[in-house]
Design a protein around this ligand. Structure first.
Ligand code: CTP
Length: 416
């Protein structure tokens, strides 16, 4: 006989007070409507692990949309409904709650989105990726705090195991391959032997996954604390090569990711990691990889920029390069592409010059601007643009310092 585990007091300790009150209110409202409410997924896992996670997912045996509508009617919340998936999101002042109708999923073919029909909480947990993510806690007052753990997720948490619920799991959704590696490294867990076997067998199924979903999971990996560990494991298992055969999750990458983390907290890491990940690809290989992950314009541009600059780095090794020349070579590249090259390049001269641009030259601006020049009698037009350029060059090369120096230069240029 399984003993019932009650987590009522742990929930109260774990959740911030407002959030705790909100979920209890939802639980009561669900009961009034004759529905049973559960806290599900990652938050249950993280509650056991004592890791903060306030991204709450609620599942209701009933109708999530009806429940959310009722709640929005009686409280000051913004309601967003996705009728196709029977899900709703309630945005409170400081947090939000996602409510879904507990459901059964049928996959029409590998990689496709599942066909959904309402089901019990047990059905709902069975459609999930790993046992540690397939637990629920009841929030209905009568059973408040009771753990629902039909697939022994709590045991796996204690043993440090990532385990799929059935043999078809990776076939049905191959993004779980990437998710498995992400949880394994994040939590310092191991893949349960049968799960590892299935994962390795189903690596080719990654081809059935759309570029958007692959990119999303890659981005999730790059948001982790030490993505290089996940990429290394993905490389060892041959998963990374499935995204592009030339990608490598090796010691070089680990070292460069570590260097990226040493930079100022202001530098957003995921785009920089992306640039470092493609650094060893040729520009042609990068284009193939871009087709596979189909990123938005900004990321596409960054990855192209990174490799384009890599090709032009030798110009930065020339002796006695004036600051204005360095500026000219680099100003059209995004700072992240330059930063990636500075980290990746093994030539100290190149690194120095890239950093000179990043930390100093790109901020250099003459004291006079276009309006000043017009006031000095220069008519708006191409000549004014040329004079501004000459001012910047002179400033970069230390030829002008004061406003008077700049005014003199303007007079010289305009009288030529
Ligand atoms: N899930 C799944 N298969 C997927 C994606 C998600 O079964 N391919 C389920 C898991 O039960 C997961 C839940 O949906 O717990 C929510 O997904 P997500 O928000 O991606 O994960 P979290 O568990 O919240 O984990 P994380 O801490 O990584 O956000």
């Amino acid at each position: 006989m399984n003993q019932t585990i009650n987590l009522a007091s742990q929930i109260q300790e774990y959740l911030p007070r407002q959030l705790w009150q909100a979920v209890n209110t939802v639980g009561k409202k669900a009961t009034e409507l004759g529905q049973k409410l559960y806290l599900v997924g990652g938050v249950v896992r993280d509650l056991f692990l004592g890791r903060p996670n306030f991204d709450l997912d609620l599942a209701v045996e009933g109708d999530a949309v009806q429940l959310a509508r009722e709640l929005a009617r009686v409280s000051q919340t913004k309601l967003t409904i996705h009728p196709h998936f029977s899900t709703a999101r309630l945005d409170y002042k400081d947090f939000s709650l996602d409510i879904t109708t507990a459901r059964r999923e049928v996959y029409p073919r590998p990689g496709a989105l599942p066909v959904i029909e309402p089901g019990t909480i047990i059905d709902d947990l069975f459609r999930r990726d790993f046992s540690i993510n397939a637990m629920a806690i009841c929030l209905t007052p009568e059973y408040y705090g009771e753990l629902c753990d039909p697939y022994k997720g709590k045991d796996d948490l204690e043993r440090g195991l990532i385990r799929v619920l059935h043999d078809q799991s990776f076939k049905e959704d191959a993004t779980r391959i990437l998710r498995a590696l992400r949880y394994e490294q994040r939590l310092g867990f191991s893949l349960e032997p049968r799960t590892l076997q299935l994962l390795q067998h189903d690596i080719p199924m990654l081809d059935t996954v759309s570029s958007e979903r692959i990119r999303y999971d890659l981005e999730m990996i790059l948001k982790e604390e030490a993505p290089e560990k996940i990429l290394n494991q993905a490389y060892q298992l041959g998963v990374l090569q499935k995204l592009h055969p030339s990608l490598k999750g090796n010691g070089w990458l680990a070292q460069k990711f570590e260097q990226a983390r040493q930079l100022s907290k202001k530098v957003p890491l995921p785009p920089l990691y992306f640039s470092l990940l493609v650094y060893s690809l040729t520009e042609t290989e990068n284009e193939q990889f871009l087709l596979r992950i189909n990123p938005p314009k900004k990321l596409t541009q960054l990855l192209r920029d990174t490799l384009h600059l890599k090709r032009h780095l030798p110009e930065l090794t020339k002796p006695a390069l004036k600051p204005s020349r360095i500026y000219h070579l680099l100003y059209e590249y995004s700072p992240t592409a330059i930063q990636a090259n500075a980290i990746a390049s093994d030539t100290s001269k190149i690194r120095q010059r890239l950093e000179l641009f990043l930390y100093k030259l790109r901020y250099v601006k003459p004291l006079l601007d276009g309006t000043d020049l017009v006031r000095m009698g220069i008519p708006p037009g191409p000549q004014l643009g040329e004079i501004l350029k000459a001012l910047r060059q002179a400033k970069l090369n230390g030829k002008v310092r004061t406003r008077t120096d700049e005014e003199k230069l303007v007079h010289n240029c305009s009288s030529r």
